[in-house]
Structures are given as structure tokens and as C-alpha cells.
Design a protein around this ligand. Structure first.
Ligand code: PLP
Length: 432
């Protein structure tokens, strides 16, 4: 277990979190290498080894640093990137280019050129004009790129509207109207500059029910059949996205990967048998599920305001700048006072950040022990979409990140300094 309570203190992957806070300062992201590795292992054992012709591409937007690239490479996964910056980070970490896949609804010409220059594995084409741009870039550079089409399966998944991506009214993917999708497929099949591998879908995020994955799968399988019937072309690959939910609080029920993947694989294999075609290579893109529970954030408690009969605000030294998710989509977290980890949770308080926004609330109605200035507060399951969504609002520096493993800790991201923050700012002559 990564989380333990010893001597009234919270330990994470064998490290005393109060000592981590002292040593590295707060606010601080702490990532457990053990927890990340366990998740990768679950993917290998229950998917990659169980089914041949499969790949898992870590959706790096959940948490991406140079060190994370090294872990993902070592654990045998591929990497999904969605911007030039993510691609650059992976390349700088010497991540094998052929194992990189590039998603995104509005890739710039420069980003596509970068992808072609680096010879990455695949581009997931997200719109009708994108193929033309890739063809032009490949023609100019004398290269060929492997592509898939991201389709909009038109299913509604059961998650917050901001993280639902598979419904038809979406900025992601190509809608499945016959007069739209089939000419696009024909163009890709006939193109001299791309290898058309097939289809991709991603229905949404933080899902605890496999219904929308299965619905989307049926739609993708029908498209594979239509493509075979119309063009006598069997697509060699199918990417079924990510979105596997994690446990943020005791109320979330966590499902193993197999809960999503086994019924999908069964359906795919039956479909291919019926159609008498070779099964396409199946690719998944887990993000949150690999890193979410592998991260915690440590804060120092400051001002405490007890508004009699209304609410008690307990302020911490970070907030929406290091974790935007509660403000962005009412995400719910749990936490504990790390130096009072075994004391009875007798108080109900609102944990708020230090930013100048009333919405800068990390946890509403948190049940915690009696809080005092100087206590260390730990928020759980912050490993995904925390660091990568962080901002410098109110000129708060980005946090340091330490990687912990069985009692050892190492910095993998240094704390940003005030000087870093203003490094790109200039005062023109006219203002001097
Ligand atoms: C965000 C994203 C993922 C990963 O989603 P998680 O919910 O973090 O697993 C996978 N594929 C695509 C295309 C994405 O945009």
C-alpha cells in the first residue's frame, strides 16, 4: 500500500510526508514511482500479455516530465502526445519516436512538421483538413506517415460535461455522416503519403462504467465492416482510447482495466471471426488511471477563519494554481492533516487556496482533525491533471515535484522561482 499511517503521521510510498514537506518546501507534488509501476504492470499482465497484437500508449497530458518519459519507456508503454511541447519533451527524454502517437483537435502545421521530422509512430487525424496538411508535409519532406482517423462515435458517457468527448456535438473527431467520413477514408486509403491504419475513439474521462466504451466500440466495428465492404480494405489497427476512472474519494468505485478491456476484446474477436478478417492491433490510451492515485500534494496550513454558524475556512499555501480541477469541473478530493493523521476527524471545514478567486476551493466540507497554522495538509489522488494544468495565476510559482520510491525521494521538477516567472517579460524603451 502506498499510503500508510505511522505514529500519527502520513507516509507515502515509504516516505514520511512531514519530512518531505520540511526538506523540499510546500506546496509540493509527490509522485510514487511504485504506484505508477504497479499500474503499468497491471496493464502488461491483464492486457498486453493476455492479448497479442496490443499496445498501450500513456496519455502524457495527465502528467508529463522528462523522468516520467523514462519510466514509461522502461515499463514498455508507448506515449500519446497532444502538442508540439509534449512531443518535444518526449523527444528530449530520448523516448523512442516510433512509439509516439500524436492526438489533438487543432495541430498546427509546425507541429505536424515536427512530428514528420521526428518520424513518430502515428498521427491521429482529428479533422478533415488535417490529412491534406500531412500529405503536403510528407510530400515536401519525402516521407510517409502512419495515420488513424479519430471518429466521433456519438455516444454520451456518464461523466462531467467538460470531460465527455465522444458525443456528436464535440470539438473532437470526425463525425460519422456518410458524406463526410467515407470520402475521407477513400482519400486516406488512396494517398501516396500516408499509411491508413484505421480508426480511433476516446469517449471521455474518469469513467466507472464500460457502457459508453462498448457502445463506441460497436460503432467503430461497423465502420471497419463498411470500410471493408466499400473499399475491400481491412484496417490493421483500432485505438479504443482511455478514460478509465480512478478513486478520488471513498465514494468512487475503482474498476480494474480488465473490466473495460475484456468485454471489448471479446466483442472485437467475435466480430473479426464473423467477418473472417484478421483482428486489428488494439491500442489503449490510459492517462489518469496510471498516475492519478500515484500522486499527492502537500500544503502548509496558514490562515484559519471560523465564520460562526456559517463555515470554517482553512487556507493552504497553494490552490487552483496547482490543482484547477475542483474549480474547473467540481472535482472532489479528500485529504488529511499529515502530522495528525491518526487523530479523530472532529471538524468539518472548507480547504481553500490562496488565490484571489472565491472559487479557489480545494475541498468542501472536509472532515479533518483540529487544524492549526503550520500543519501539513495532504490531498490525495492529485497525480493526474494537476501539474500539467498548473498556472502562474497571482504569480504563484509552479511547484516542485518529488518522485518517491520505498522511502527514498528525488526531485524530478525543481520549484519555479520568481525570476523564472518573469524571465520572458520585457520592458520596451517606451516605458523605461
Ligand atoms: C485525455 C485523453 C486520453 C486519456 O484520458 P484519461 O481519462 O486520462 O485516461 C486518451 N486519449 C485521448 C485522445 C485523450 O485526449
Amino acid at each position: 500500500m502506498d499510503i500508510e499511517l505511522r505514529n500519527n503521521t502520513l507516509f507515502f510510498d515509504g516516505c514520511n510526508t512531514v519530512e518531505l514537506a520540511e526538506k523540499y518546501g510546500t506546496p509540493l507534488y509527490v509522485m510514487s514511482e511504485t504506484a505508477i509501476v504497479e499500474k503499468c504492470k497491471e496493464i502488461r499482465e491483464t492486457f498486453l500479455k493476455k492479448y497479442e497484437k496490443t499496445r498501450a500508449a500513456y496519455a502524457s497530458k495527465a502528467f508529463l516530465t522528462l523522468s516520467m518519459c523514462k519510466i514509461i519507456e522502461r515499463e514498455g508503454l508507448c506515449m500519446d502526445v497532444v502538442s508540439g511541447g509534449e512531443l518535444y519533451t518526449a523527444i528530449k527524454a530520448d523516448f523512442p519516436a516510433e512509439k509516439i502517437e500524436f492526438n489533438g483537435n487543432n495541430k498546427s502545421v509546425e507541429e505536424l512538421e515536427l512530428a514528420v521530422d521526428y518520424n513518430i509512430g502515428r498521427i491521429i487525424v482529428d479533422g478533415l483538413d488535417e490529412l491534406g496538411i500531412i500529405e503536403k508535409v510528407c510530400r515536401e519532406k519525402g516521407k510517409k506517415m502512419s495515420i488513424l482517423y479519430r471518429i466521433t462515435p456519438g455516444v454520451k458517457s456518464d461523466s462531467h460535461d467538460y470531460i465527455v468527448t465522444g458525443k456528436k456535438d464535440s470539438k473532437f473527431g470526425i463525425p460519422l455522416d456518410d458524406e463526410v467520413i467515407f470520402p475521407a477514408i477513400e482519400q486516406a486509403i488512396n494517398s501516396k503519403y500516408v499509411d491508413f491504419l484505421g480508426f480511433h475513439f476516446h469517449v471521455g474521462s474518469q469513467l466507472h462504467n464500460n457502457g459508453s466504451h462498448l457502445q463506441a466500440l460497436d460503432i467503430a466495428l461497423k465502420l471497419i465492416k463498411d470500410t471493408k465492404d466499400k473499399y475491400n480494405f481491412v484496417t490493421p489497427e483500432l485505438n479504443i482510447g482511455g478514460g478509465f476512472g480512478i478513486k478520488y474519494t471513498g465514494a468512487d468505485d475503482k474498476k480494474p482495466y480488465a473490466y473495460f478491456l475484456d468485454p471489448m476484446m471479446e466483442r472485437i474477436e467475435n466480430f473479426c471471426k464473423d467477418l473472417n478478417i484478421t483482428r486489428p492491433e488494439i491500442v489503449i490510451e490510459p492517462g489518469r488511471s496510471i498516475v492519478g492515485e500515484a500522486g499527492i500534494t502537500l500544503y502548509t496550513i496558514g490562515t484559519i477563519k471560523d465564520i460562526k454558524g456559517i463555515r470554517k475556512y482553512v487556507s493552504v499555501d497553494g490552490g487552483m494554481t496547482d490543482n484547477i480541477r475542483p474549480a474547473l469541473y467540481q472535482a472532489v478530493y479528500e485529504g488529511v492533516i499529515a502530522n495528525k493523521a491518526e487523530e479523530p476527524k472532529t471538524d468539518v471545514v472548507t480547504i481553500c487556496g490562496k488565490c484571489c478567486e472565491s472559487g479557489d476551493i480545494l475541498i468542501r466540507d472536509a472532515k479533518i482533525a483540529n487544524a492549526e497554522r503550520g500543519d501539513i495538509f495532504a490531498v490525495f489522488s492529485t497525480g493526474a491533471y494537476g501539474y500539467t494544468m498548473a498556472s502562474n495565476y497571482n504569480k504563484n510559482p509552479l511547484l516542485a515535484t518529488v518522485l518517491v520510491k520505498k522511502g527514498k525521494s528525488e526531485v524530478i521538477v525543481k520549484r519555479q522561482t520568481f525570476d523564472h516567472m518573469i524571465a520572458n517579460e520585457v520592458i520596451p524603451e517606451s516605458l523605461k
